[in-house]
Write a protein that binds this ligand. Structure first.
Ligand SMILES: [Ca+2]
Ligand SMILES: [Ca+2]
Length: 171
């Protein structure tokens, strides 16, 4: 009887341990996905995106191959996707022939992120006119994370690209 109770206790402890380990991984393994923070905003509104970094080439050659003083430089614009929906596409405001080390800002008219705790896909493209635009880099991240709190700007960085989001937070 004693052994059976002990076995049950051990089983219970193992189950509890697995549960806690699972909860820790789900909750806090990646601070970007913490759904438990009551300080999280109900929405985040993006007012400006400043691109501060991008890969110097596509791994093989310059972003554009052409004859001209600066035309080999990329013509950048950001795109934001949420799940399968493109919620921002600034292809029509692409900035031509950008210089490494400079910052380039895109003012946008209040893009409201309604699920700031869920991952969004931030992409930077090189606009190529007639041919398919080059994807320069992309980062999948939640705009709001408990690690960064309500920072402004929000820094989106990875895969060779960096974007700073000028935002406001809504409770
Ligand atoms: Ca190109
Ligand atoms: Ca170019």
């Amino acid at each position: 009887m004693k052994t059976k109770t002990n076995n049950q206790l051990i089983s219970l402890l193992i189950a509890l341990y697995v549960f806690i380990a699972f909860m820790f991984t789900a909750c806090c393994g990646n601070g970007d996905d913490d759904f438990t923070n009551t300080q999280a905003p109900s929405s985040v509104t993006i007012q400006k995106i400043t691109v501060t970094n991008w890969p110097s080439n596509d791994g093989i050659s310059t972003w554009d191959i052409c004859v001209g003083l600066n035309c080999i430089r990329p013509d950048i614009y950001p795109v934001i996707k949420y799940e399968s929906t493109t919620i921002l596409d600034l292809v029509n405001e692409a900035i031509e022939n950008v210089s490494t080390g400079e910052n380039y800002s895109f003012s946008i008219s209040n893009l409201v992120i309604t699920e700031p705790k869920i991952k969004h896909l931030f992409r930077l493209y090189d606009e190529d006119g007639a041919t398919e635009d080059d994807l320069m880099g992309q980062v999948s991240v939640a705009p709001f994370s408990t690690v960064n709190g309500r920072s402004n700007p929000i820094i989106i960085s990875g895969d060779g690209i960096t974007m700073e989001l000028q935002v406001t937070y809504q409770d």
